[in-house]
Design a binder for this molecule. Structure first.
Ligand code: F6P
Length: 757
């Protein structure tokens, strides 16, 4: 390459120099011509006179005048017949070479000019025709000028030009190479060096700046984050509780929790309560709310005991709790205390339905639903967070405690708790995705929310990707110091670790659902009740939420029956749909939309005693959910965006016979762990329908192999493992006094309200 460039530069230099030398030579020639005309003109009259005399006198008369001077070699005079009459000494020998120009002048041309080569030199010849007054030819005057100096000058100029061009080219090359080095090579070398140091565990905090492409810079940061996370994970795993491959059980968690809590109390705080009482026919009826949070946290408190603080949202909640809002749960086997927090209708509307579910929920889920932010909702949110904090502080009094704050409803609680009790350990777990900073920045209270969360010693998300997004967001939106090496944030003298903890479930047996004969009887009842006597079923289990991709799922099921008619009357799709947040119009409308979509598809394909879709809207209890999952040969999870999705894991856990196929959205966090599921893009109806077909047709050995591997993941990484890793990590954090740092501001609206303790 270098030779090629040098070759091209060389050829171009020579060509340019030659062209320039030629141009200058032409100018010199014109100059020479002018001078020859001038000297010819000066002696022309004398020659005229001399030619009028007899020939012998002409030569004598002109003798001196025909001699040249320096490069003008001299003149020669020829008669009308072409004979030389007289000439200067120096030109006499060139008579022969003058002939071409002479002949042209004799032939009638008033003057003829020619360049001739003689005796290794170039001569310029100008022949001028001389006539008398009648126009009759008198003779020809020929001037001869030597030209070697012009050639020498041309050659010198060429060399001169070549030098200049080479010099300029050289300077240009230096400039280009310099600029390239400064703009690309140096940053890339720095990047490579930084990566090497990153690999050898010694990198500075941030990647080098000034990378030539912005995208490269942001990708580098992400790459670094993932790399550090992976390294951190490896080092954590190597010293952690997961090193041995013993399964995590209630008992083992209880023992681990005793170690971690060091005599302190375990407190869980969430908006949703694990046990809710609703009036049914005038009597309180116990409901275990659907959703991942309750599924995951209840077993932990059952194992460890402690306190759960939550909103008492059921209409029979007050009458089933004591005056302080307390009761022991589970009601038939009291293992821990539930403390209900009372909110007025208006507060619930603003804090839960408004800011949490119309603001933060669509903000964090990229499901094309526009968030709504109202100032009045924010005020209620702040006040509700204060109320939850006050309830926790009231419950723990002055005792030691570890508080696990759950989810996006209570983002301010960690900060508020630390303001009142800097000594307690606070962990927060965000059950939904954390979006990228560009998406999050539209929240008007983004800084308050981030600072609220950063009151915690440990901030947990399901996936590393959410941790990276969170740190990116903090980096851009608050004045905090990021410690990428340890995935930590320092704000106002406090330090919060940010870690992924993929949440999970306990086994179905531990949930006390019917098994064995009882399950067989229950299954038969359900089959009879829903007329499911057409062989295997495909199942879906969800809260009715627009993030779950339910219309997409129904459309894919419809397309499946359309495209693969051989499965009609042989398979049935059952969707268990738990109504959720029905106070919001968007959620009510979704139920109506889904019911009519199911109707349309049923209308299109149903036969006399078979309908393809059973859309069962109800709060199905755990036993019913389990029975359906156990019955199903295929389970569909089609979330458009989902922090984890525990139904996917529940399906796997419901398959002890290791048969069944999970069809799982690539946009659900569970897809990272359950890679043996058939992964779909729920927006791609055709692919989704084809995948259902592939699931139904999959041969037994493959089904078993995939299910076996997924079951191993879910068994090893069960909810006890999740809680143990969280508690262990939290117990290793340092707590520090936030009040003395003077850096933390109370969120707007709290200054006057205060936290009453
Ligand atoms: O999955 C996110 C989540 O907030 C869970 O924490 C909760 O169990 C679920 O949604 C149900 O939401 P809600 O409590 O509003 O019914």
């Amino acid at each position: 390459m270098g030779f090629l460039i040098a070759g091209v530069v060389g050829i171009a230099t020579v060509a340019l120099a030659w062209l320039q030398a030629q141009r200058e030579r032409r100018i010199d020639l014109e100059d020479l011509d002018r001078r020859m005309h001038l000297v010819t003109h000066q002696i022309k009259d004398s020659v005229h006179d001399a030619l009028r005399r007899p020939e012998s006198g002409t030569a004598k008369l002109l003798a001196d005048q025909l001699e040249g001077h320096r490069r003008l070699l001299g003149f020669a005079v020829f008669g009308p017949d072409g004979r030389r009459i007289a000439s200067g000494k120096a030109v006499a020998e060139f008579t022969e070479e003058m002939k071409p120009a002479l002949l042209q002048a004799l032939a009638g041309k008033s003057e003829a000019i020619a360049t001739i080569r003689a005796q290794d030199t170039n001569l310029q010849v100008l022949a001028t025709r001389l006539t008398n007054e009648d126009g009759a030819l008198q003779g020809v005057l020929v001037a001869v000028h030597e030209m070697s100096h012009l050639d020498e000058r041309a050659a010198m100029r060429m060399v001169h030009f070549a030098y200049w061009i080479l010099l300029i080219t050289f300077l240009l090359i230096i400039l280009v190479v310099g600029v390239t080095w400064a703009a690309y090579e140096r940053p890339l070398k720095n990047l490579a060096e930084w990566m090497r140091r990153l690999r050898t565990d010694n990198a500075p905090e941030a990647p080098p700046t000034g990378l030539p492409v912005a995208l490269l810079a942001s990708e580098t940061e992400r790459l670094a984050a993932s790399f550090r996370a992976a390294r951190l994970q490896v080092s954590t795993d190597s010293r952690s509780i997961t090193r041995d491959h013993k399964l995590w059980t209630r008992e083992r968690l209880r023992a681990q929790a005793v170690d971690c809590l060091q005599g302190g109390q375990l407190v869980v705080v969430s908006n949703r309560e694990p046990y809710m009482h609703q009036l049914r026919d005038g009597k309180p009826r116990l409901i275990v709310p659907a959703g991942g949070l309750v599924t995951a946290l209840d077993p932990i408190l059952q194992a460890c005991g402690g306190l759960w603080v939550a909103h008492g949202a059921g209409d029979a909640d007050r009458q089933t709790a004591d005056a302080g809002g307390r009761l022991t749960v589970p009601p038939d086997d009291g293992r821990y205390t539930l403390r209900r927090v009372w909110l007025s209708r208006e507060e619930e509307q603003g804090y839960y339905y408004g800011l949490s579910n119309e603001g933060l929920w669509p903000l964090c889920h990229l499901a094309h639903e526009r968030p709504t932010f109202r100032a009045s909702d924010w005020d209620h949110y702040v006040e509700a967070n204060r109320r939850f904090t006050a309830a926790i502080l009231e419950e723990i009094g002055s005792s030691e405690a570890t508080v696990l704050v759950q989810d996006f409803h209570l983002a301010l609680v960690p900060h508020l708790l630390k303001l009142a009790r800097p000594d307690i350990r606070v962990g927060v777990f965000w059950h939904i995705p954390w979006p990228n900073p560009e998406a999050f920045r539209i929240c008007p209270w983004r800084a308050e929310i981030l600072k609220g969360i950063l009151g915690a010693d440990l901030v947990g998300f399901h996936l590393q990707q959410y941790c990276n997004n969170f740190l990116d967001t903090v980096d851009r939106m608050v004045e905090a110091r990021l410690d990428w090496d340890h995935f930590a944030v320092e704000l106002g003298g406090r330090r919060s670790l940010v870690r992924p903890f993929p949440i999970s479930i306990e086994s179905w047996a531990e949930r006390g659902v019917p098994l064995g004969d009882a399950l067989t009887r229950q299954t038969a009842q359900l089959q009879e009740r829903y007329k499911l006597d057409y062989g295997p079923i495909i199942v879906g289990v969800d809260r009715v939420d627009y993030t779950k991709g339910l219309p997409e799922r129904l459309r894919a099921v419809g397309r499946f029956f359309e495209k693969y008619p051989q499965h009609r009357r042989k398979l049935t799709f059952v969707q268990l749909a738990a109504p959720s947040r029905t106070h919001l119009r968007r959620y009510r409308e979704l139920i109506v939309e889904l019911e009519s979509l199911a109707d349309e598809i049923n209308w299109k394909f149903q036969a006399e005693d078979w309908k393809p879709i059973h859309f069962l809207v109800d709060h199905h209890d755990a036993a019913t959910v389990h029975a359906f999952l156990r019955m199903a040969s295929v389970c569909l999870v089609s979330s458009l965006h989902d922090g984890m999705n525990l139904v996917a894991k529940e399906f796997v856990a419901a398959k002890p016979e290791e048969d069944g196929v999970l069809v799982l959205s690539e946009f659900a966090g569970a897809a990272r762990e359950l890679s043996d599921a058939l992964i779909i893009n729920p927006y791609d109806t055709e692919q989704f329908a084809d995948t259902i077909h592939a699931a139904v047709e999959m041969d037994v050995p493959e089904r078993r192999a995939r299910m076996q591997r997924m079951r191993q993941v879910v068994e090893e990484h069960n909810v006890y493992w999740w809680a143990a890793t969280f508690l262990t990590e939290l117990s290793a954090t340092r707590t520090s006094d936030l009040r003395n740092s003077g850096q933390f501001e109370l969120p707007k609206g709290l200054k006057t309200a205060g936290v009453h303790v």
